[in-house]
Design a protein around this ligand. Sequence first.
Ligand code: 13P
Length: 248
Amino acid sequence: ARKFFVGGNFKMNGSQAAIKVIVDDLNNAQLDGSNDVVIAPPAIYLCKVLETIKSPVEVAAQNAYFKNSGAFTGEISSEQIKDAGIPWVILGHSERRSLFGDSEEVVADKVKAALAAGLKVIACVGETLEEREKGITNDVVQKQLGAIAKVLEEKDWAKIVVAYEPVWAIGTGKVATKEQAQEVHADLRKWLASTVSAAVADSTRIIYGGSVNAKNCGDLGSAADIDGFLVGGASLKPEFIEIARTKK
Ligand code: 13P
């Protein structure tokens, strides 16, 4: 069975005070560890969150560069994230792809560097509304995941969580229906079976992101191939604790 995974991507939101409230709430919630719960604050707050968050909640960076060190002003490497004690990194988020030019090749290089550094990766894929309307959703997400799969060995998949985040559902309040998400998740799992292995397809968590909240998480989470969520806006609110407690 795949352990349910709930990630909170704060994006470029929060302050020392606001993030302390979220961390205190999560600590007070005393989550039982039946789900993996991972929060991704902005880089400037990672170390403080790592020092103050209690088990079982873990911490993720939102991005990492593919070089280990050097003259790359403003960037942070996976080696540095690992050195700071952070176990996870989100890579390939659609905002990185569309706003900051992270191509499929760059995302693959970043995933490779993250695994080499010993990090676990939340690897994001997703189609735009235009691509969905053209009927090419599966081609788009399989190409995005394919670029990543090319740099992985079979054993590396144990360190990867795939996040399916349709761009049209991110921050829009337009959540994918359970049927829409399940269909893409099932197709991604089939693709994993045919291009990687049946074992990897069976064990890899495929989580959904895009307007997940406390009201829709139970329904979405009941779909056979939805193994958790990557939550944006609602991860900044008290309702994140309810989402983190989703029962499969
Ligand atoms: P929202 O939950 O705000 O739609 O964001 C989803 C997301 O992009 C998580 O990475």
